[in-house]
Design a protein around this ligand. Sequence first.
Ligand code: IMP
Ligand code: MG
Length: 179
Amino acid sequence: MKHDNYVIDDMISAKAIAARVESMAETITKEFEGTEKLVVIGLLRGSFMFIADLVRELDLPVEVDFLETSSYGDSMESSREVKILKDLRGEIKNRDILVVEDIIDTGHTLHHVINLLKSRQPSRMLVCALLDKPTRREVKVTADIVGFEIEDKFVVGYGIDYAQRNRNLPYIGAVRFTD
Ligand code: IMP
Ligand code: MG
């Protein structure tokens, strides 16, 4: 796809994403087998498409909630300071929770979110991320379930944006500047 000063190179097809989401959901279903209720927490806005597909594949009693943290703005660089822009609506104390993130980059966002949610004493918390760029990490943080490890490229699509654009692409592509 062609934009003003960049192109998007195909990276992960819609079909490959769907297959991986299905197998991640299987793992999560097994992990939380017997749960009274799993609160699935999507980090806005990048995870909206992933969480929508993921919950449809979960064979568990599920509630969905959302948390929004400050973003990169229009830049490609992490701000490193993480603020909560929108908090959860529900309580998570003594609940099983699953945190759903689109992509882990420097790790600052997830590190902050994990500490915040832990302080609310859920009974069990697992973290899943569709994409992980392990070579970019600045703070030590890992997801329990990762869809795809990718190299250090700025990606868009399947909910993930560059300056709010390209979230609606059904696949994941890498941004490449042409000037
Ligand atoms: P971190 O705090 O540096 O780990 O950044 C995490 C957040 O930055 C993710 O939830 C994304 O919203 C955003 N982000 C990180 N890498 C990319 C990328 O390659 N494309 C678009 N957004 C990204
Ligand atoms: Mg995000």
